[in-house]
Design a protein around this ligand. Structure first.
Ligand code: CTP
Length: 410
């Protein structure tokens, strides 16, 4: 399928005065390499951490902090008015407080007041500052007014300390910014209070100490589901098989597994109390009946056949043991064949599996596996069918969470 070129958007990248400002350079690079026109608007404090020259060179645009530069062009108003998206990273406690109270004493805070496009703040600060009632109240106010404020990550902070308050990774910030440019409504806070479990990646079934039966799943779709759910306010547990090269999304609890049996145990364990379970993992249907203790040697003549036995169907088990209000989502990677097209097979699979939703990807010819974009359909047990246009895996994830949220509505 041909990929539509993404049109250039005008992005304002606001930078607060925190040590995490060094990561913003990578966000800037990611956005400009995607073809967007990025104007960096740092606070004066941010320039203590990164020089204006770095931002100017990477963005190709001049950088100011105050409202008295470029006065004939009324820059303090125009910058916000013309933006398609404002991304603030890092958003310090001070900057969140100014934004919540509507202060406008520099170019960035003026821009925040004049922007009518989506505004997303990525907080970064020490845990005590994040947890302080003043910061929490400011974040609540900003969210109420429609700003998007994902919780910060948990991890290493400036010094040797760790905790909640770490800036999201540049890859995550760039991805969520791209998602908002493609769909400004992709990150409502509608999963707040929910616990969601997502399985991701491809299981490996060992044959001997060095070989395994595996599949081509990269884990990217499951990670996108986890990332978008966390940004929409959910508590997320990600059960991941062999997705080691992907950064763990902010605030997500990661359980790493390898085989289908391990994935089954982990998913059933964490799903007992979950509100939603999404089985995006490619789980091996079969495993070698025997695990050779030593590496299997090449022998003369015909190789010995590998005997296989069946693995449990985790999705079917989840459906059997579900609580009445629990939502179960399955995935299906399908190709058409002589007996029917992709949708024909997918409808039959939804009936067979008994999940509430089935996300259907058409695979083959380089689609769905190991790539950045996906297209498909969302089939619901109530007969609804939604076509998901070609787009990023995060866009598909947002469509899945939209469908889950509408099922949760009475
Ligand atoms: N799945 C599972 N346990 C398995 C195999 C698959 O939970 N042992 C889940 C996958 O995570 C996915 C869904 O079932 O959500 C559909 O996977 P798929 O491989 O398309 O389905 P199968 O039942 O294996 O059907 P097919 O005969 O088409 O392979």
């Amino acid at each position: 399928m041909a990929r539509e070129p993404r049109p250039a958007a005008r992005v304002v990248l606001g930078v607060g005065g925190g040590i995490a400002a060094y990561k913003t350079c990578e966000v800037l690079r990611g956005l400009t390499e995607s073809g967007h026109d990025v104007q960096v608007v740092p606070t004066a404090a941010a320039l203590n951490f990164i020089g204006a020259a770095t931002f100017e060179a990477l963005s190709g645009n001049p950088v100011h902090t105050g409202v008295f530069s470029n006065v004939p062009e009324v820059e303090h108003v125009r910058t916000g008015q013309q933006a398609d998206l404002v991304v603030v990273a890092p958003a310090t406690a001070d900057l969140l407080a100014k934004a919540a109270t509507g202060l406008a004493d520099d170019l960035l805070t003026n821009t925040l007041l004049t922007a009518r496009c989506p505004v997303v703040f990525f907080p970064a600060m020490h845990t005590e500052m994040w947890e302080h009632p003043a910061t929490q109240a400011n974040v609540a106010t900003l969210r109420e007014r429609g700003a998007i404020v994902p919780d910060p990550d948990v991890g290493r902070l400036t010094g040797v300390d760790t905790g909640k308050g770490r800036l999201a990774s540049p890859a995550e910030i760039t991805d969520l910014a791209q998602l908002l440019l493609a769909n400004p409504d992709a990150l409502p806070r509608d999963l707040t209070g929910m616990h969601v479990v997502v399985s991701a990646g491809g299981t490996r079934e060992p044959l001997d100490p060095v070989r395994y039966l595996g599949n081509r799943s990269s884990g990217k779709q499951g990670y996108a589901l986890a990332r978008v759910a966390a940004a929409r306010g959910a508590r997320v547990t990600l059960v991941a098989a062999h997705s080691v090269s992907l950064p763990t999304p902010s605030g997500v609890d990661l359980v790493s597994v390898s085989t289908a049996a391990q994935l089954r145990d982990a998913v059933l364990d964490v799903s007992a109390e979950a509100d939603v379970v999404v089985m995006a993992a490619a789980v091996a249907d079969f495993r070698p009946s025997e695990l050779a203790q030593y590496k299997i040697k090449k022998t003369e003549g015909e190789p010995a056949p590998v005997a296989l036995e069946r693995n449990a169907d985790v999705l079917a088990e989840l459906v059997r043991h579900r609580r009445p209000e629990q939502i179960i989502v399955g995935f299906a990677a399908e190709t058409g064949d002589g007996t029917g097209d992709v949708l024909h097979h997918a409808r039959a699979k939804l009936r067979r599996k008994g999940s509430d939703l089935l996300v259907v990807n058409a695979v083959g010819e380089g689609r769905a596996f190991e790539v950045e974009d996906n297209a498909g359909w969302l089939l619901a047990a109530n007969g609804d069918e939604i076509a998901i246009p070609f787009g990023s895996k995060s866009q598909l994830a947002a469509a899945v969470w939209d469908a889950v949220a509408s099922l949760r509505q009475p």
